[in-house]
Design a protein around this ligand. Structure first.
Ligand code: UTP
Length: 477
């Protein structure tokens, strides 16, 4: 039913300005069910629209129609610190690690976990961090991160502030989860939750999408939203008041993350870098991973699809891929750099993602679309790179440090994440001379789980394990 503007304005005169904005923006469809919904629902809808900047939303939509999958400028591979191969390189790593350890000991590093994403590809309605993921104990992803942080704290005799970015969609559930688990042994003051911004989701014609007669579908504004939220939610000030100088940034869904890695921290500090990155070699030229490149002298992450076929397959003299630095979204970011971006930079750009989003149609019927029907707008943390003058790009071994949970099945799923954990622990044990059987794909046959509280890394395991241990197919330490 078509709704009359004056009727709504008369009913809620305090919201006149916002109601007018909706009509002027051509979005009056959202009031289609006004006569059917209850006063509380009406207020909810009006509260939702009050902060909307319809001109900005229109601008985002128009820009999404002009998406180009290419870049301009001169392309070059970035300088990368390779995985150490010989004794001399390993010696450098030891020196650098000391710099990182000293900074950790001084309590200058905070951990930032971004966990505000909707996890649409995974398709579960709980926050990703709450997924039971550990191969044997089924501890959640959050618990594994928590145990890693605790192990680092114990090693350096410090307390690390842990900042967790959520979104309005998953904040209450995430906080409840931590409460239910008594903050995994942390003092509740040490964990700081903060929410990122939200933006409305549009249909392919630019209309606001709704999932009930009184609710506009809102989506978190991307992991780049962390940069705005750090300031707006007072997180940066909180970090400064605790003497933090740099942030170890990671995404919640990587189960192999080496939290607050002292070597990475050390390189970042040694080179006085502003924002540093870990990268892995691409599995094959077409792998769908963002890659780090230099364009006209500046670092960028570009999508694999933005590379020409020629660049995608280009090789170095030794036969390796020329553009081979897969971004795994693990960063060290200096607080000074973030403040410089606030002072001198422009807001991070928004990227449009076309997705399948359940919605209600004009008859109020819930539709689960089979085709992409919606546009979400997200900013990306790696767009900060264009402001970076000094950076360290450190290559790491994928099997040791990167296994994200993105999909329910197939690649990057809970199954692959568990197997990758088991394989990592299997390699640690095998390096100590313990026999661990594998199948033809190199996967461990059996289950192994090593709690970060027992051993955070291979070195620590070496000191604790009985070298005569016989693996009988299941080992939980
Ligand atoms: P992804 O881009 O993989 O998004 O986020 P996602 O929400 O986990 O999954 P899809 O794309 O909807 O299937 C990578 C990381 O960035 C965080 C996620 O929580 C994840 O840790 N993220 C993403 C945010 O914190 N906020 C966002 O708005 C988007």
């Amino acid at each position: 039913m078509k709704m009359n503007r004056e009727t709504i304005e008369r009913e809620y005169p305090n919201y006149r300005k916002y109601i007018r904005n909706v009509f002027e923006a051509g979005q009056a469809r959202i009031f289609r069910w006004w006569d059917e919904i209850q006063p509380l629902e009406k207020e909810h809808l009006l509260e939702q629209i009050a902060p909307f900047d319809f001109q900005f939303i229109r601008k985002l939509f128009n820009a999404s129609l002009r998406i180009t999958h290419s870049f301009c400028g001169n392309l070059a591979p970035p300088e990368i610190i390779a995985v150490p191969g010989n004794a001399a390189e390993k010696k450098i790593v030891q020196k650098v690690e000391k710099i990182g350890k000293d900074s950790l000991r001084r309590g200058e590093v905070a951990v930032l976990t971004v966990a505000g994403g909707g996890g649409t590809r995974l398709g579960v309605d709980v926050p990703k961090g709450t997924l039971p993921i550990a191969p044997i104990t089924r501890k959640s992803i959050f618990q594994l991160h928590a145990e890693k942080i605790q192990a680092v704290q114990k090693r350096y005799n410090i307390k690390i502030p842990w900042y967790i970015m959520t979104s309005e969609n998953n904040d209450p559930v995430t906080r409840n989860f931590f409460q239910m688990h008594r903050f995994f042994g942390f003092d509740s003051q040490q964990i700081c939750f903060f929410t990122q911004g939200m933006l409305p989701t549009l249909d392919l014609q630019g209309n606001l999408l709704m999932d009930s007669k009184s609710n506009i579908i809102m989506s978190p504004n991307g992991h780049g939203g962390a940069i705005i939220a750090l300031k707006e939610k007072g997180v940066l000030d909180d970090m400064k008041s605790r003497g933090i100088k740099s942030i170890f940034y990671h995404q919640v869904d990587n189960v192999l993350i080496k939290i607050a890695d002292p070597v990475f921290t050390g390189y970042h500090l040694r080179d006085r870098a502003e924002m540093s990155l870990k990268v892995v070699k691409k599995c094959h030229p077409e792998e769908k991973v963002g890659i780090i490149v230099v364009i006209d002298g500046r670092l960028h992450t570009i999508e694999y699809s933005e590379l020409s076929r020629e660049d995608m397959c280009a090789k170095n003299g030794n036969g390796t891929l020329k553009y081979n630095a897969g971004n795994i979204a693990v960063h060290m970011i200096s607080l000074d750099f973030i403040e410089k971006v606030y002072r001198e930079g422009e807001p991070l750009p928004y990227h449009a993602a076309v997705k399948k989003v359940p919605y209600i149609d004009e008859n109020g019927k819930m539709i689960n679309p089979e085709e992409n029907n919606a546009i979400k707008f997200e900013s990306f943390i790696f767009d900060l790179l264009k402001y970076v003058k000094k950076s360290v790009i450190m290559e790491v071994i994928r099997e040791d440090e990167f296994s994200p949970v993105k999909n329910m099945e197939g690649e990057n799923s809970p199954t692959t994440a568990r197997q990758d954990m088991v394989n990592l622990f299997g390699r640690w044990l095998r390096n100590m001379g313990i026999s661990i059987p594998t199948d033809s794909h190199g996967n461990v046959i059996g289950l192994i789980e090593i709690s970060p509280c027992f051993a955070l890394d291979e070195e620590e395991l070496k000191d604790k394990i009985d070298k005569h241990l016989q693996f009988n197919g299941c080992l939980s330490l």
